[in-house]
Design a binder for this molecule. Structure first.
Ligand SMILES: NC(=O)c1ccc[n+]([C@@H]2O[C@H](COP(=O)([O-])OP(=O)(O)OC[C@H]3O[C@@H](n4cnc5c(N)ncnc54)[C@H](O)[C@@H]3O)[C@@H](O)[C@H]2O)c1
Length: 400
């Protein structure tokens, strides 16, 4: 019998998750080309990546939302893809939606809690009880669908910044506090702990803290599992990591880099809350100083404009100095459909992380840095260098 693998999406009713579901179903049925899938590039073809027809989907969601409704909404209100495509994959979306379980809130902040539907979300007494309940859902999914492995991918709303007292705790100190109802650990981290304790791999596509803590790095090692994150690099930040190295290589001095982002989906609404927005802005801003070797003045704004739906416009203004100190300006406008940019990367991550896990890789998968704005386990921020790391990882696997 063919091995089956599961993708468990935390935030299963959201825009990214619904587009992942449409894309996966369409790929399984051979309805679309693999455009925008990095794992479909010729240089990765000799890797033993799991074919599309061997993946199942499930997830957690705190709203009354599912893959099919989410897909219909994206097709009808945002014109992200055609309603006819949703009809063609309806059967898969409905079947996978049956695998969505009520999600968990824990130190999720006001904006996310306000989204939650009380019948679709759970808020238990302690972090440990929450972890146990998440694990019950993951085990049931694996058992019911006869899955060899489940890869948990966080595509849920961006949480407010985490309590910094968590940063320095080792796993021993951390784990002994999980029974304390007032332990300030957020839901994104509880999902990651639940996943790792089962020995499954975890991916954080959001800027929320997730597994980016000393204690969780230790847990991954103890459980001999792997993890990757944070915050998918899909649009404006992808371009920053491509363009900034060019300025650096020509010794052009960037004096300021301003990026204004406007969009109107649910993610944008959550990021309209200043606490949640702060987490995203840090993630979008951090790489420039690292690439350039000095810190130009930067400003990143993210504004929610509801009429734009899933379409994001980023306008970047780069003020730089050339020879003889002459100031010049580069501007670009990026108009992307948010979920369409993100979904193929989520599918790629599932395949690469799935293979790494099968090969026994442990800890942070730094060679996946090209997929993330704030890559864990990697220092390089230049896109070409990050992509070279992915290629050389693949070449090592193909030659061994
Ligand atoms: N291009 C992109 O779309 C892109 C790029 C990088 C990162 N991201 C990040 O990916 C995430 C998803 O983006 P989206 O556009 O799909 O957002 P979305 O708001 O459409 O979907 C998020 C979903 O998560 C659910 N949710 C919130 N908290 C939850 C919890 N504790 N448990 C279970 N479900 C929960 C929400 O109800 C919502 O349905 C966001 O954090 C976003 O910042 C997106």
């Amino acid at each position: 019998m063919k091995q089956q693998f599961g993708i468990w999406l935390v935030g299963a009713g959201g825009g990214v998750a619904s587009t992942v579901a449409v894309g996966l179903a369409a790929l399984r049925r051979g309805l679309i080309q693999p455009t925008a899938l990095v794992s479909a590039l010729p240089c990765f073809q000799a890797l033993n990546l799991t074919p599309w027809d061997q993946w199942e989907l499930g997830g957690h969601e705190i709203r009354a939302a599912n893959f099919f409704d989410g897909a219909q909404q994206l097709a009808n209100s945002s014109r992200a893809f055609s309603p006819a495509l949703v009809d063609q994959v309806r059967e898969d979306l409905v079947r996978w939606s049956e695998q969505i379980r009520p999600g968990f809130l824990y130190n999720s902040g006001q904006a996310i809690s306000a989204l939650a539907d009380s019948r679709q979300s759970r808020q238990l007494d302690s972090p440990r009880k929450t972890i146990t309940a998440i694990q019950e859902d993951l085990r049931a999914f694996a058992a019911e669908r006869n899955l060899e492995k489940v890869i948990v991918i966080n595509v849920s709303s961006t949480e407010p910044g985490h309590d910094r007292s968590l940063d320095e705790l080792d796993w021993q100190q951390f784990s002994t506090q999980l029974d304390r109802p007032d332990f300030p650990v957020p839901a994104s981290t509880l999902y990651a702990i639940a996943t790792m304790e089962l020995g499954f791999p975890h991916v954080n596509f959001t800027p929320s803290v997730g597994s980016n803590l000393r204690a969780l790095r230790e847990l991954a090692e103890l459980q001999q599992t792997c993890h990757a994150g944070r915050d998918g690099k899909t649009g404006e930040t992808f371009l920053k990591s491509v363009l900034a190295p060019a300025f650096a290589a020509r010794n052009l001095h960037v004096m300021s880099w301003v990026g204004h982002n406007i969009f109107g989906n649910l993610d944008g609404k959550i990021l309209d809350d200043p606490n949640n927005k702060a987490t995203k802005v840090v993630s979008k801003d951090a790489l420039l100083g690292n690439i350039l070797g000095y810190a130009p003045q930067t400003h990143t704004s993210i504004e929610y404009i509801s009429s734009l739906g899933d379409w994001k416009t980023a306008w970047d203004h780069i003020h730089f100095q050339g020879f003889l100190g002459t100031p010049m300006i580069m501007q670009f406008i990026w108009q992307g459909c948010d979920s369409i940019l993100a979904a193929p990367l989520v599918l790629d991550l599932a395949r690469f992380v799935g293979l790494a896990s099968q090969l026994g890789e442990i800890g942070e998968l730094g060679w996946l840095a090209s997929f993330f704005k704030s890559p864990q386990g990697a220092s390089a921020q230049e896109f070409s260098e990050q992509f070279a790391q992915l290629r050389s990882w693949a070449e090592r696997q193909m030659s061994s």
